[in-house]
Design a protein around this ligand. Structure first.
Ligand SMILES: O=C(O)CCCC[C@@H]1SC[C@@H]2NC(=O)N[C@@H]21
Length: 176
């Protein structure tokens, strides 16, 4: 792809994935840390946009913090970023980058390693932030921020890999 074409694709896909991550946050089962589909769409952004998935992830956090109702259940603002789920929101940014870099290698092993590593980094940010913001111990934070989500996020990784293999087979690869 040439420069202008790549810039247009970057803009268009950034808008699409910022919107999809938002929808993933609106589909939410409320808990202290809610079950959502945000991680699925961050992974799909990484699958399609590779390392550039960092752009929609960062735009999502930025616009949500500025007041657009993009976070879980339509919430927004600095209060959410500084609250119990803020670490996950920040964690989406390195998660998108890490998974994207690994997707560029175009092997199943790399796809899965990148997605697992990305989610672990997101969990790490979420857990540390939760301990600070809620004054929770490490065991309490792991019970709230990690353990309930492992199975669901594993299903999301599987779904993202299925989509990735389809896209790769169809040769519809816009980003390296
Ligand atoms: O919008 C927010 O405030 C962020 C919510 C974060 C939810 C996290 S993301 C990783 C884990 N998997 C889920 O389904 N929920 C949590």
């Amino acid at each position: 792809m040439y420069g202008d074409e790549k810039r247009s694709a970057l803009l268009m896909y950034s808008a699409v994935f910022t919107a999809l991550i938002t929808v993933g946050g609106w589909i939410s089962v409320p808990f202290v840390v809610p079950f959502t589909l945000q991680t699925l769409f961050v992974l799909l952004a990484a699958s399609v946009m590779k390392k550039y998935a960092v752009v929609p992830a960062a735009l999502y956090v930025m616009f949500g913090t500025l007041g657009l109702p993009l976070f879980h259940n339509g919430t927004s603002g600095l209060g959410i970023l500084l609250g119990p789920t803020g670490g996950f929101l920040i964690g989406f940014i390195p998660m998108a980058f890490i998974a994207g870099v690994f997707f560029s290698k175009k092997t199943r092993a790399a796809d899965l390693s990148g997605m697992v590593l990305g989610i672990l980094v997101c969990y790490f940010c979420g857990t540390v932030w939760f301990m600070v913001s809620a004054g929770a111990s490490l065991p309490a934070a792991l019970i709230t921020c990690v353990i309930p989500f492992i199975a669901g996020d594993a299903v999301k990784i599987t779904a993202a890999e299925m989509v990735t293999l389809r896209l790769r087979k169809g040769g519809r690869l816009l980003f390296d």
